[in-house]
Design a protein around this ligand. Structure first.
Ligand code: ASP
Ligand code: MG
Length: 437
């Protein structure tokens, strides 16, 4: 790619470059690696330069986490990253071999070699810079470049870092942004982004287009198909994401800016999660600054807080109750952090709660959506424990074992399945999408 240098300036998009990312199931065994190599080579033979980002094979990352737990109760985060980053390197080296076998030039690079520079928060690092010179050089020498996803290097500590579970998506988007690729193709074991998890709702619909905002809400509320940060990064850098199947041809789901989405349904998707924990602080001192101290302690422990609920105490001498939800994995770190600040009488935890959410850009201007969500859950005898909303999302914390019933009921209530014709309807109208067939 001779003109690489000039095209990559200041966000210019290059139609001659594609970034393709393959998820864990798409590189799980030798056959899958060869199939991925075949797809990469096919793209190269179309004349475009190819950078491929790979995940660790199958359940490799889970196995590595398990190995760490076998030797340490709280594995040292730096060493954890040394360990976890190996999975992606294996995939890349093997895929490079398979590509060479097909008669093309290929080189695999670790995140650090590829110039993925991060901050130094181990196991959850953020990409702060992409210094892709080495990739450009290799592309210039006609090589296909395989980059180990999910990892980078901190310039402060000079240590290997990882980007959080699912982080290879973010590696791919960051490289597309840095190299000026127009689209970042995410190849996975599903055909795209669905209106609900098809394992729970078989008639869930594949969404042709989703806006960044909707996808952000979906990823934040449990959709696992794309890592939240990858969507954030794509939105900030104007990179389109095409999420598609690695085993079938045909279009998947495009994640683009809202102006580019033609459809604007009231509700786009139902998402869910079952790996959340709830923490309730009881008898929290009712004075200025306390909530700030609590959340600061959690932030300093690198714990991401999702829903937060607090009511003012009803009686003058009583303390407030403050509840919040976090990822189950973060519970030990959160409890440690809270112990240090001592601002409440008690701490209650629920290690496994569920959450169900509906997301849709159209709900901004339509009343009645929340009422319908709560009525639907009520109709199923599902108790709502916490509620939070954004202009385009409504989330309810519910018992983990009622999550699939809730997803099915909401998907049906909002008629999101295959065959639904969804259009922007005039504000104020009750939502009644026409169902064809
Ligand atoms: N291998 C890592 C994980 O399992 C990163 C990724 O696949 O994106 O989370
Ligand atoms: Mg993933």
């Amino acid at each position: 790619m001779a003109a690489a240098g000039a095209q990559e300036q200041a966000g210019a998009k290059s139609p001659d470059l594609v970034v393709m990312k393959f998820g864990g199931t798409s590189v799980a065994g030798a056959e899958e690696i060869k199939r991925a190599a075949g797809r990469i080579v096919a793209a190269r033979e179309q004349g475009t330069s190819v950078v491929a980002v790979l995940s660790a094979r199958g359940s490799t990352t889970d196995e590595l986490v398990e190995m760490a737990r076998e030797v340490a109760e709280r594995p040292d985060p730096r060493e954890m990253d040394m360990l976890l980053s190996t999975g992606e390197r294996i995939s890349c080296a093997l895929c490079a071999m398979a590509i060479v076998e097909l008669g093309h030039k290929a080189i695999s690079l670790t995140g650090s070699q590829a110039g993925i520079v991060t901050d130094s928060s181990h196991t959850k690092a953020r990409i702060i810079d992409v210094r892709a010179d080495r990739i450009r050089d290799a592309l210039g020498q006609d090589s296909i470049v395989l980059v180990a996803g999910f990892q980078g290097v901190s310039t402060d500590s000079r240590d290997v870092t990882t980007l959080g579970r699912g982080g290879s998506d973010t590696t791919a988007v960051a490289l597309a942004a840095a190299l000026g690729g127009e689209v970042c193709e995410i190849y996975t074991d599903v055909r795209g982004v669905y209106s609900a998890d098809p394992r729970i709702v078989p008639e869930a619909r594949k969404l042709p287009v989703v806006s960044y905002e909707e996808m952000l809400e979906m990823a934040a509320s449990g959709a696992k198909v794309l890592q939240l940060r990858s969507v954030e990064y794509a939105r900030n850098h104007g990179v389109q994401i095409h999420c598609r199947s690695s085993s079938e041809d045909g279009p998947g789901t495009l994640v683009v800016s809202e102006q580019e989405t033609l459809e604007r349904p009231l509700v786009t998707a139902v998402t869910h999660s079952t790996d959340e924990a709830r923490v309730t602080l009881t008898g929290v001192r009712d004075e200025p600054g306390v909530a700030g101290r609590i959340l600061r302690a959690l932030a300093d422990a690198n714990v991401n807080v999702d829903m937060i609920i607090q009511n003012e105490p009803v009686s003058t001498d009583g303390g407030a109750d403050l509840s919040f939800t976090i990822e189950s994995n973060d519970l030990p770190a959160a409890l440690d952090a809270l112990k240090k600040i001592q601002v409440s009488d008690g701490v209650e935890t629920d290690e496994h709660t569920g959450k169900v959410s509906i997301v849709g850009a159209g709900m901004r201007s339509h009343p009645g959506v929340a009422a319908k969500v709560f009525e639907t859950l009520g109709g199923q005898g599902i108790n709502i424990e916490m509620i939070s909303t954004s202009p385009i999302k409504i989330s309810c914390v519910i018992a983990a074992d009622r999550v699939s019933d809730a997803v099915k009921a909401l998907h049906q209530a909002f008629e999101l399945g295959e065959g639904a014709i969804r259009k922007e309807e005039p504000a104020g109208d009750e939502h009644r999408p026409t169902v064809a067939g």
